[in-house]
Design a protein. Structure first.
Length: 131
């Protein structure tokens, strides 16, 4: 005879025993600084550095989680559900030292998805800087 359990009990059984959030990359933990949530401590630290540079007047127009639509040869690249595929940059800002806009992503371990999206953006003329 098969034992029946509720969906909630099943999900509890499937949780990793390490306590790590299953959806996180390499065990990173979300961090809140002020009222801003970051996906990792590395990203939060980089935000602090960029805010310091912005206050010093070295960079300007610092923006977080900026979406970029991914375009292919024949138009937008679609997800399996039919939506336009998006890459969200951790930070975008204008760097006065090089007189250019910088698209930056804080990565400890680049995922296969990130590498693919970075290559597509490069074909679109957008260079993503990893920190």
């Amino acid at each position: 005879m098969t034992e029946r359990i509720t969906a909630a009990d099943y999900r509890k059984q499937q949780q990793p025993s390490t306590g790590a959030d299953k959806g996180r990359v390499r065990g990173t933990k979300r961090v809140t600084v002020g009222e801003i949530d970051f996906d990792s401590q590395r990203e939060a630290n980089r935000f602090g550095e960029l805010r310091h540079l912005e206050r010093a007047g070295i960079i300007e127009n610092l923006r977080l989680q900026v979406p970029f639509e991914l375009q292919g040869k024949d138009g937008p690249i679609l997800t399996p559900t039919g939506r336009v595929m998006i890459y969200k940059a951790d930070f975008v800002y204008f760097d006065k030292r090089i007189n250019a806009e910088v698209v930056e992503d804080s990565k400890g371990h680049p995922t296969d998805t990130f590498i693919m999206k970075k290559a597509i953006l490069a074909a679109q003329g957008v260079e993503v800087v990893e920190t």
